[in-house]
Design a protein around this ligand. Structure first.
Ligand code: SAM
Ligand code: SF4
Length: 490
């Protein structure tokens, strides 16, 4: 089931690159099922993974997917609430669906994900077009909710579970290139970063059964996949026991065995040496030397860490409730460099213009960027979210033009740093996993090195899924360019 979801271009490439605000759309499966489902997914990779779970549940209940919402019986928007703009985009999209619904009133429109969870039944009042609202832990109930709407009622389930991990559901791979896939290893988040809506929309932290994760990795490898990314809001705090999977409960219960993130990483790395393993996202307060040494021990664990700092200033970090300060963060960076070396890729998320941030504090973010030399960053200006700790405790007092100017400054700094980090790769040979043809030319292939950098080169008869060695001979701030020097299937 290749390529069931396509990226659609509702925002420019540049904005996408800086903000990870991608949208993915289901594509056609024609297995003769009686009804058609169209899903549009917004926001983070976790959401795209959830849409794969939703498709799997709906396929079991008589639905093929389609890329054309006009022929759909059911339309789901799997939404994001992280910034105000994400919600505005969804509301605009719902308004566009109004025209279709007028022509085809029997078409069911459902809102899933974080926005559904945040607004609950209120969404039915605010957006008359919506028939169904389902939060991230209610997807097993979707067939029942659809039946309820079929019978003429509106349907809502926003119950947040303390245990649900969808461990037994085999996701229908939706946006797959057949080479790389995402595996969700945990749900929810117990950190209460003051700016963030996620703990309210995705509930308490739960870790998925490691044996089901290893089985999913093995199944993917058997189907020809060569890379898996283990996904969670805070993967380093993964903790599972046979008795309890809810993190808060686990910490208070006596259990027979605990599997932590380093143990899980090792279990997945052992599936096969030809299967690359990545993970995201790491939290600076939780990433341990044990994880770094496990990464070092296995060549197939990619040397790349996404370690969002959010701000380079300790006072702002405290207000953000990130539970680390600048010095702690620098200590973690130093540990990465001393255990994994200079070539390990490091990326970050950053927020400018958080409540009361001064110019000097903003400068601290810029100097931290100089220190760390990030390869890449997702950068945002602060967007106040209803119900968060920051909304309750602090004034959103930095004017939008200043937030945006500071954002532009960190983006400029990041481009410079990305370019100088990429230049260090020139003249070196990298092992690349080929993911497909380059977006610019069918003649050229593209793939990633261990540090997660995209590299483009002439194909010379190779195909996606092959490992090749490429000598880097040029770069921009976003891409490396090179030439295959010798080939070797790992
Ligand atoms: N769990 C991850 C972590 O702690 O790093 C990130 C999760 S969040 C989906 C992705 C990023 O969105 C955050 O790292 C943060 O930079 C950004 N973000 C979250 N809330 C925000 C807000 N209210 N305004 C602007 N950016 C925000
Ligand atoms: Fe949000 Fe913080 Fe949890 Fe990340 S760790 S999802 S930023 S609360």
């Amino acid at each position: 089931m290749d390529n069931l979801i396509n990226d659609i271009d509702i925002i420019s490439e540049e904005v996408k690159a800086e903000s990870c605000e991608t949208v993915k759309v289901s594509v056609n499966t024609n297995t003769g099922k009686s009804r058609k489902l169209y899903i549009e997914s917004y926001g983070c990779q976790m959401n795209f993974s959830d849409s794969e779970i939703v498709s799997s549940i709906m396929a079991e209940n008589g639905f093929d997917t389609t890329s054309n919402f006009e022929e759909a019986d059911v339309v789901f928007l799997n939404t994001c609430s992280i910034r105000e703009k994400a919600e505005t985009t969804v509301r605009r999209r719902l308004a566009q669906f109004n025209t279709i619904k007028r022509k085809k009133p029997e078409m069911l429109i459902g809102v899933l994900g974080c926005m559904a969870e945040r607004l609950k039944a209120k969404l039915l009042d605010e957006e008359k077009i919506v028939d169904l609202v389902a939060g991230p832990d209610a997807y097993r109930d979707l067939p029942g909710l659809v039946s309820q709407v079929d019978e003429g009622q509106k349907a809502v389930n926003t119950f947040l579970s303390r245990e649900e991990t969808y461990a037994d559901i085999s996701p229908v791979r939706l946006n797959s290139n057949g080479v790389t896939a995402f595996i969700s290893i945990m749900r929810g988040c117990d950190n209460m970063c003051s700016f963030c809506v996620v703990p309210f929309t995705r509930g308490r932290e739960r870790s998925r059964d490691p044996y089901s994760i290893v089985k999913e990795a093995q199944d993917l490898f058997d189907k020809g996949y060569k890379e898996v990314t283990l996904l969670g809001q805070n993967v380093d705090s993964y903790k599972w026991s046979p008795e309890v999977n809810n993190k808060a409960k686990l910490e208070k219960t006596e259990v027979s065995e605990i599997i932590n993130f380093a143990n899980l990483l090792e279990m997945v790395a052992q599936v096969n040496a030809k299967l690359r393993v990545r993970f995201s996202t790491s939290h600076p307060k939780d990433i341990t030397d044990e994880v770094l040494y496990t990464m070092k021990k296995y060549e197939n664990i990619c040397k790349y860490i996404h370690l969002p700092v959010q701000s380079g200033n300790s006072r702002i970090l405290e207000m953000m409730n990130r539970t680390y300060d600048r010095e702690w963060y620098i200590n973690r960076i130093d540990a990465i460099r001393s255990i994994l070396g200079d070539e390990c890729g490091i990326s970050s998320d950053m927020i400018t213009g958080f409540c009361s941030e001064t110019e000097e504090e903003h400068q601290d973010t810029l100097t931290l960027m100089d220190y760390v030399q990030y390869d890449f960053s997702y950068m945002f200006y602060y967007s106040e979210r209803p119900g968060t700790l920051a909304e309750k405790k602090f004034d959103d007092d930095i004017p939008l033009d200043i937030k945006k100017r500071r954002l532009a400054e960190i983006i400029t700094k990041q481009h410079e740093t990305s370019l100088s980090r990429n230049k260090l790769d020139i003249g070196k040979v990298h092992e690349i996993l080929i993911e497909g043809t380059s977006k610019r030319s069918e003649e050229q292939l593209q793939g990633r090195n261990s540090a997660n950098k995209v590299i483009i080169f002439d194909g010379e008869g190779h195909k996606k899924g092959d490992y090749v060695h490429v000598l880097v001979n040029d770069c921009t701030h976003a891409t490396l360019f090179g030439k295959i020097v010798n080939t070797e299937n790992k």
